[in-house]
Write a protein that binds this ligand. Structure first.
Ligand SMILES: [Mg+2]
Length: 388
């Protein structure tokens, strides 16, 4: 009898947070009550708590694999797609090849134009859990299944400097430099009075010539504004500019890439390799997010990046940390140049997982344990609510 999925459990992970990733939230926001606020600088909605959707798949041998995806906003929409759409079909499928299962589940609504968004997030959670289950059943690590067995280090870059003043942000970046981290990224919305150039000058002065300093532009500029900003920042030698303009504006992305001197990084909102195919020459660095792509699509994007001379530096949203663990393993297998390190969240929520990779002295240390290597501790279930 081929193995089948027998049980699909979906949980909402929710935990109050201490620090806002992009800095203070006491000004420049629209408060929407207990769950959400909107930041005025980019018009984007954010949850007040750490949230994600966690999935446990149990097969006919009794083995369990863990997956996770975005649950930042309307998490029950993702849960409904799993229980109502994907779950019944998944239980009928042969489990030997998780990538083939991804294709079969994607095919269900492809001709109706459901190619991304929440649908792909739900698919990512299942895909991560299937890869985990498959690898654990074979007694191998995820990176081994993807072609690179063994332990190893992967560079980590410090992401976000949540402090209220330029001096305090530079001090925070310096404190991470003192701990051995030579790469940092700061978000454009956190700067004082919109003075991006002053912010980058301050960081460069504080951190020295050799430090890698990236700027996340959070989709806030036109192509021409980005091209001008790149000129203005040339002396500060940004490590890369990220997400400069509207995520859907492929023509603007190509224009920016053709005219700026700094490397251009794109991709945290992509779901499938189709999102990358029209932008193969529009970026120097891809930043796939495991919570959107799952293992299968991050691997496909990674192979396209290798074929087109782009570096891989995965994005890291963290809920509980399961999809982060899968991202680290997959990135390691793909020989990623670096991985985002959400220093305000990683260890805090990761303490609710067994098997988390350490992140010290500028690098993640990737274990070679079976699957993606993590599973929730007993304490984690204080923050997990089972959804029907
Ligand atoms: Mg970003």
């Amino acid at each position: 009898m081929p193995r089948r999925i027998e049980k699909i459990e979906v949980f909402l992970f929710e935990r109050s947070k201490d620090d806002a990733y992009l800095g203070a939230t006491d000004q420049g926001i629209v408060d929407l009550g207990p769950d959400y606020f909107v930041r005025r600088f980019n018009g984007t909605i954010y949850p007040k708590n750490d949230r994600s959707i966690v999935v446990a798949l149990t097969d006919s041998d009794g083995a369990t694999g863990w997956g996770e995806t975005y649950g930042l906003v309307a998490p029950k929409a993702v849960a409904a797609l799993i229980s109502d759409l994907f779950g019944p079909y998944l239980k009928t499928l042969d489990l030997n090849d998780p990538a083939q299962v991804w294709d079969q589940l994607y095919e269900l609504q492809r001709v109706r134009g459901y190619w991304g968004g929440y649908l792909a997030d739900a698919l990512a959670a299942l895909d991560i859990a299937l890869w985990d289950l498959s690898c654990r059943s074979n007694g191998q690590s995820l990176q081994a299944a993807l072609g690179r067995a063994g332990t190893g280090a992967m560079d980590a870059y410090v992401s976000g400097l949540p402090a209220k003043t330029r001096v305090a942000r530079a001090d925070l970046a310096l404190s991470w430099k003192d701990k051995g981290f030579d790469k940092v990224k700061t978000p454009i919305g956190a700067v004082d009075n919109g003075d991006v150039i002053g912010e980058m000058i301050g960081l460069r002065k504080a951190l020295g010539d050799e430090h890698h300093i990236a700027l996340d532009m959070h989709w806030t500029r036109s192509a021409d504004e980005c091209i001008q900003l790149d000129k203005d920042l040339a002396e500060m030698r940004p490590w890369f500019l990220e997400a400069p303009t509207k995520a859907e504006d492929i023509a603007a992305q190509h224009k920016i890439r053709a005219e700026i001197g700094a490397p251009l990084a794109l991709g945290e909102e992509w779901r499938t390799d189709w999102d990358y195919r029209n932008r193969l020459k529009a970026c120097d660095i891809i930043q796939p997010e495991m919570g959107h792509t799952g293992v299968t699509q991050m691997v496909r994007m990674g192979h396209l990046a290798h074929d087109n001379g782009a570096k891989i530096m995965p994005h890291a949203t963290i809920g509980l940390g399961i999809f982060m663990a899968a991202s680290l393993r997959t990135a390691f297998a793909l020989k990623a140049a670096a991985h985002e390190f959400q220093h305000t969240i990683y260890h805090r929520n990761g303490a609710l997982l067994d098997g988390l990779a350490t992140c010290e002295n500028g690098a993640f240390q990737i274990p070679d344990t079976p699957g993606h290597g993590v599973s929730p501790t007993a304490e984690a279930f204080n923050y997990l609510t089972k959804l029907d």
